[in-house]
Design a protein around this ligand. Structure first.
Ligand SMILES: Cc1cc2nc3c(=O)[nH]c(=O)nc-3n(C[C@H](O)[C@H](O)[C@H](O)COP(=O)(O)OP(=O)(O)OC[C@H]3O[C@@H](n4cnc5c(N)ncnc54)[C@H](O)[C@@H]3O)c2cc1C
Length: 420
């Protein structure tokens, strides 16, 4: 019987970054990562827009994202391409929002600049939607915008492949096509009586059942995103997350090809990742295909549900997104959908950031809430401290964060007001 020191379930960015930092901090550990799919990063990591920003009002979010961005930047500067482009994150707003205390304090906190209506028009964005349409759909005029400059887009498969390369060179084992079906609870000191563990016995996770047999370890870490409760619910552990479906539509057109080259920040001619006012539909430029990826993260109206292979709904684009887009982006009128896909946000609805919780010899890292790419490095450093029982994690750049702040019963995360 082979027994690992640590078995990680989930080879998305969270599991990979966690494994990377745990192994770096504990080089002698014998670590195995299992995933149900045939290779790494096939879950929500593959579905991501992979935009990054340090523009957050919550101090916790700011620390997690800004330190991760700096770490990724250092990897790319060291010669490993992560597809990072600092093309900016543009928030389009009316006067009231632009002058709000939250936005004004952000402007002082992060590298950013304000854009005028004229500058926004030059990007190919119509600042005043048709009054009739605006009335029906509750659309707002765009009075200005602000662009976060330490922000942009990257490629999640490249980030994942960086971690995999490092993990392989450190001797971490990968087992793909390995669905974990159950965590086996056992008494920490066995009496070998039928019905163990009894309520008066200390418990541990002894093994995980998989399609290819039982795997044993001293410690288990779940980086299983929206699938976490499949494994924790039978144990009576609640990870406090819900799956929320998010769809992405890749749109192409001559006008879009022109727009993609217009920039507001950075060295490259790439349109900023842009969030429209009203329904905060976002436009993610894809410089390679010269298309926009359009998506929207719904609140009320989109239930919590989970399908194994979620698909984008074609009438969703035409009924919900297109009527709004047409009012702000004239180039959309001669565009067409090239492809579409859907994935899930692992939503922590308390405050919209990661949840890290440890029970017995089981660590859980989930709840990335639609921002797991931009925060994965920090999540991995927190996971390493959680594993080692350290009070604090040191993020890239030296900022410290208390691990229990991201826990469930011990949670201390300030509210984010800039939720997209
Ligand atoms: C449409 C969309 C747009 C997004 N846009 C952004 C963005 O712009 N910026 C950003 O930072 N984030 C974004 N995100 C969020 C980001 O993609 C996620 O936060 C991140 O990928 C989560 O990584 P993960 O490793 O936790 O989860 P996943 O990538 O889902 O990995 C979990 C892994 O666990 C495995 N697994 C689960 N259960 C089991 C089991 N029982 N047995 C074996 N394997 C198991 C799965 O196969 C999977 O590979 C977006 C997400 C979506 C869906």
């Amino acid at each position: 019987m082979q027994k690992y020191d640590l078995l990680i379930v989930g080879a998305g960015v969270t599991g990979l970054s966690s494994a990377y930092h745990i192994k770096k901090d504990n080089p002698d550990l014998n670590i195995c990562i299992v995933d149900k799919w045939s290779t790494y990063a096939q879950g929500n990591t593959a579905k991501s827009d992979a935009a990054f920003r340090d523009v957050f009002t919550s101090d916790t979010n700011y620390k997690l994202a800004s330190s991760s961005i700096s770490f990724y930047k250092s990897i790319q500067a060291g010669g490993f391409n992560l597809g990072m482009h600092f093309n900016g994150y543009l928030f389009l707003m009316n006067h009231r929002n632009l002058n709000s205390p939250a936005v004004q304090s952000l402007l002082r906190k992060v590298k950013s600049k304000v854009l005028s209506r004229e500058e926004i028009s030059e990007l190919g964005i119509k600042t005043d939607p048709d009054p009739e349409a605006a009335k029906i759909m509750g659309l707002r005029n765009i009075d200005g915008g602000f662009v976060g400059e330490n922000c942009g887009i990257m490629e999640p498969d490249l980030l994942a492949s960086y971690y995999v390369k490092e993990l392989e060179s450190m001797g971490v084992e990968f087992r793909y096509n390995t669905l974990a079906t159950r965590l086996n609870l056992s008494p920490s000191s066995k009496l070998n009586f039928p019905g163990e563990p009894f309520i008066w016995q200390d418990k541990i996770i002894e093994s995980v059942e998989t399609k290819s047999g039982e795997l044993f370890a001293d410690h288990f870490l779940l980086a299983t995103d929206v699938w976490t409760s499949d494994l924790t619910s039978p144990l009576g552990i609640d990870p406090f997350i819900q799956p929320k479906k998010v769809q992405v539509f890749q749109v192409q057109g001559n006008g879009i090809v022109e727009m993609i080259r217009r920039k507001v920040t950075g060295e490259e001619d790439i349109f900023p990742f842009t969030i429209l006012p009203g329904p905060s539909i976002d436009l993610r430029p894809d410089p390679k295909s010269r298309t926009f990826w359009v998506s929207y993260s719904e609140g009320i109206g989109r239930g919590f549900s989970l399908e194994e292979n979620p698909m984008a709904e074609s009438d969703y684009y035409s009924n919900n997104l297109y009527p709004v887009l047409r009012e702000y982006i004239p180039a959309i009128e001669d565009s067409r959908i090239m492809s579409s896909w859907a994935g899930y946000y692992s939503m922590n609805n308390m405050d919209g950031t990661y949840v890290l919780e440890r029970n017995m010899n089981l660590s859980v890292v989930t709840g990335s809430s639609g921002s797991g790419i931009m925060k994965a490095d920090a999540a991995g450093r927190l996971a390493s401290s959680l594993y080692s029982g350290k009070e604090k994690a040191k993020l890239y750049g030296g900022t410290e964060i208390r691990v229990s702040n991201l826990g469930i019963s011990t949670r201390r995360v300030d509210q984010e007001t800039l939720i997209i």
